[in-house]
Design a protein around this ligand. Structure first.
Ligand code: AMP
Length: 430
């Protein structure tokens, strides 16, 4: 199938050709005709599948078709809600790119950026707003934006918005938008919670599912390094240095962990930046820009900050910590191997994380290959202990209520690490 079979106008086809796209992705093939028909859509599609274009292209077309050329100033006719600033930036860029040959105007409204500048831009008038919920509500309460003319509403990465506690904000925003509108809900995972949100928001939706949330792409090679926690950083530095990796996205669980690892890798002589929610928008943009342009080789990121990162040809993803939510493993790994390119995803897993690995493999319904010789003392990733309700987490010492039903592994003792060899790059077997 080609793009011109989807019913898109000349201007949009030109924008797609400018991007070098030849074939629409599965989500684009399914969603674009339905959205052009005016249907509400519930789409199960994750980042990397081409989902942004799948709603942006038909949205732009419908706004153009139904435009009133005499309407001045411009009214907000489409609202795209996203969970994070990074995703907002990406969607905003996509709207500008695909709408390059159309007279539509888009603004982004996100937290962490100057509210004054956004206010001026909104007051000048625009057709499309890409927003994170909290900042949008700030603008609504200051009467900087009127949502009474919204014709198309998109909730992108709806699962993540719910995870981040945005449901009350979404409800508040819904109350300000006309009932009569087209609504599109995109979510990586279609859980019961998402279905219930869809039932409240969507009118007789067409349902499409393109990539199952429990599947990682076949073009990504995944491997597990079983290693004691205290040697993870060494192994990471070794892997980056000895393989001469130039672009590695490293996931950690906490903001503090991101800062610490950034510092340690810099001490190891590796050009590194960190991206997390406590950084200012300016610092986040700079970190991303440095990573994209190769000024730094490593970007250390938390899950929330990494949502929506769209980096072409990202060859390596490393899970320095395993995620607490197994679906996040799929999202993280999906940062590489985009648009069919080959990618590599490595996870450094310590015994304390064995239960998280077990949950991920349960979701994937397969075992991720282990690297047999990591150059360090072999560790067991078997889940061995019976769970102790509310037992302190072995890593943090804090009580772990979340996994009270799950099992945790006994840590093995560090013993004879070959870390010095690793540091000097002498471990021949790797
Ligand atoms: P998304 O899932 O929207 O984050 O898009 C993932 C990546 O795929 C982005 O870099 C897009 O530019 C790219 N992309 C989107 N549609 C296509 C297509 N039809 N052919 C090739 N690349 C695409």
């Amino acid at each position: 199938m080609s793009f011109d079979q989807l019913g898109l106008t000349e201007q949009l086809l030109k924008a797609v050709t400018d991007q070098g796209y030849i074939t629409p992705t599965p989500v684009q093939q399914k969603a674009i005709p339905l959205i052009l028909e005016g249907r509400d859509v519930l789409a199960g599609a994750q980042t990397g599948t081409g989902k942004t274009a799948s709603f942006t292209l038909p949205l732009l077309q419908r706004l153009t078709e139904n435009a009133d050329p005499h309407q001045k100033p411009r009214r907000v006719r489409a609202l795209i809600l996203v969970p994070t600033r990074e995703l907002a930036a990406q969607v905003y860029e996509s709207v500008k790119t695909y709408g390059a040959h159309l007279p539509l105007h888009v603004e982004a409204v996100v937290g962490g950026a100057s509210i004054g500048i956004q206010t001026r831009q909104l007051r000048r008038g625009c057709d499309i707003v890409v927003a994170t919920p909290g900042r949008l509500i700030d603008h609504v309460s200051q009467r900087n934006i009127n949502l009474a003319n919204v014709e198309i509403l998109v909730l992108d990465e709806a699962d993540r918005m719910l995870d981040m506690g945005f449901l009350p904000d979404i409800r508040q925003i819904m109350a300000l938008i006309p009932k009569q509108k087209q609504s599109l809900l995109f979510s990586a995972t279609v859980s019961n919670q998402i279905k219930s949100l869809a039932a409240q928001l969507l009118n007789n939706p067409a349902e499409i599912e393109v990539a199952k949330p429990n599947a990682t792409a076949e073009n990504i090679s995944e491997r597990i390094y079983g290693i004691n926690r205290e040697y993870k950083r060494e192994l990471l530095s070794y892997l980056i240095g000895s393989n001469n990796w130039k672009q590695v996205l490293v996931f950690v669980r906490t903001k503090h962990g991101a800062d610490r690892l950034e510092k340690q890798l810099i001490e190891d002589g590796i050009r590194t930046a960190a991206l997390h929610g406590d950084k200012t928008q300016g610092a986040r943009n700079k970190a991303l820009e440095y990573f994209k342009t190769g000024k730094v080789s490593v970007l250390v990121a938390t899950d929330v900050a990494s949502r929506g990162l769209d980096i072409d040809d990202l060859p390596h993803v490393v899970n320095f910590d395993l995620p607490q939510v197994p679906e996040d493993y799929v999202h993280r790994v999906g940062r590489t191997g985009r648009a069919g390119l080959n990618g590599e995803a490595l996870s450094l897993v310590c015994p304390e994380e064995a239960y998280l690995l077990a949950e991920i493999e349960k979701l994937l319904k397969r075992q991720i290959p282990r690297v047999a010789d990591t150059g360090y003392e072999p560790v067991s990733l078997k889940v061995v202990d019976a769970p102790k309700k509310n037992a302190p987490n072995k890593n943090t010492g804090k009580k772990d209520y979340r996994h009270s039903k799950k099992t945790v592994a006994r840590p093995t003792k560090p013993g004879n690490s070959r870390r010095n060899d690793a540091k000097k790059g002498r471990t021949a077997s790797r």
